[in-house]
Design a protein around this ligand. Structure first.
Ligand SMILES: Nc1ncnc2c1ncn2[C@@H]1O[C@H](COP(=O)(O)OP(=O)(O)O)[C@@H](O)[C@H]1O
Ligand SMILES: [Mg+2]
Length: 242
């Protein structure tokens, strides 16, 4: 994974400052990200442990996509540090499958940075993709395209998967099906997941830890089970049910 060379980013684990625990797969330290004069992230420090499932929730415009895009090297940070212990693969907001390419060609493209080019394991994870393998991805349903986007990322055999808005535009049953597969993948392969999700209930249900991003800063963090019963989180993100 190519990370921005600016701002002291590094791609290997470091114990120089003694801060990066050996079980960390991904961490940021005081990350600042701007779009021109717009400050999108300020002083953001997050970490994901090996094999951990972590949620990132927060309102529209909070900077969630910016954080994932910076982690995956699409956006350069203005300051701070990123530590990645292993390989990261990103499922972008809106899925962004290649519509004219077949499902299988979309998957194979995911292996361009390494990993096996054999899509077989992906059809084991999402069996319904197998019968669609020679269909152009653009003709698939939203849920099927999300499966393709996830599998395309998994083809790189990542240590940590970042997913931007898993449930966006999908029917609730489809979402819970895909979410179940993510949990299964995490349990079976130990792939760590950093999940950005508008549906805070879903995100907190399937992760062990979570961050709340508000206005470019981490407002709250903690165990998902604690956040789910936190009055402030309930009021802001879980429909105010107490
Ligand atoms: N390409 C861009 N150019 C300028 N400002 C942007 C760009 N992308 C995002 N922003 C701004 O950065 C902030 C964070 O956006 P984003 O990361 O998309 O938030 P979220 O994913 O939480 O909805 C917002 O204020 C947004 O308007
Ligand atoms: Mg977003």
């Amino acid at each position: 994974m190519k990370l921005s060379e600016s701002a002291g980013s590094e791609t290997t684990g470091s114990s120089q400052n003694g801060v990066v625990a050996s079980d960390t797969v991904l961490a940021t330290f005081d990350l600042d990200v701007r779009y021109g004069a717009v400050v999108a992230l300020e002083g953001v420090s997050v970490h994901v442990g090996k094999g951990e499932m972590v949620a990132l929730i927060g309102p529209n415009g909070a900077g969630k996509s910016t954080l994932l895009n910076t982690l995956s090297g699409i956006k350069r940070p203005a300051g701070g540090r990123i530590v990645l212990n292993g390989k990261l693969a990103h499922v972008p907001e809106g899925r962004q499958v290649f519509p004219e390419l077949t499902v299988e060609d979309n998957l194979r493209l995911g292996a361009y940075r390494g990993g096996s080019r054999d899509p077989g394991p992906m059809y084991e994870l999402f069996p319904q993709l197998q019968r669609l393998r020679y269909r152009p991805a653009g003709g698939l349903s939203g849920g099927e395209q999300q499966m393709v986007a996830i599998c395309r990322a998994l083809m790189a055999n990542p240590d940590v998967l970042t997913v931007d808005e898993l449930s966006q535009g999908l029917a609730p049953l489809v979402v819970s099906d895909i979410a179940r597969h993510l949990v299964e993948l995490n349990r079976q392969n130990g792939t760590a997941v950093l999940l950005v999700e508008q549906n805070a209930q879903l995100a907190l249900n399937i992760t062990s830890r979570a961050y709340v991003l508000e206005n470019g800063r981490i407002g709250m963090e903690g165990r998902s089970s604690d956040l789910i019963s936190d009055p402030a989180v309930r009021a802001a993100y879980l429909g105010g049910v107490r």
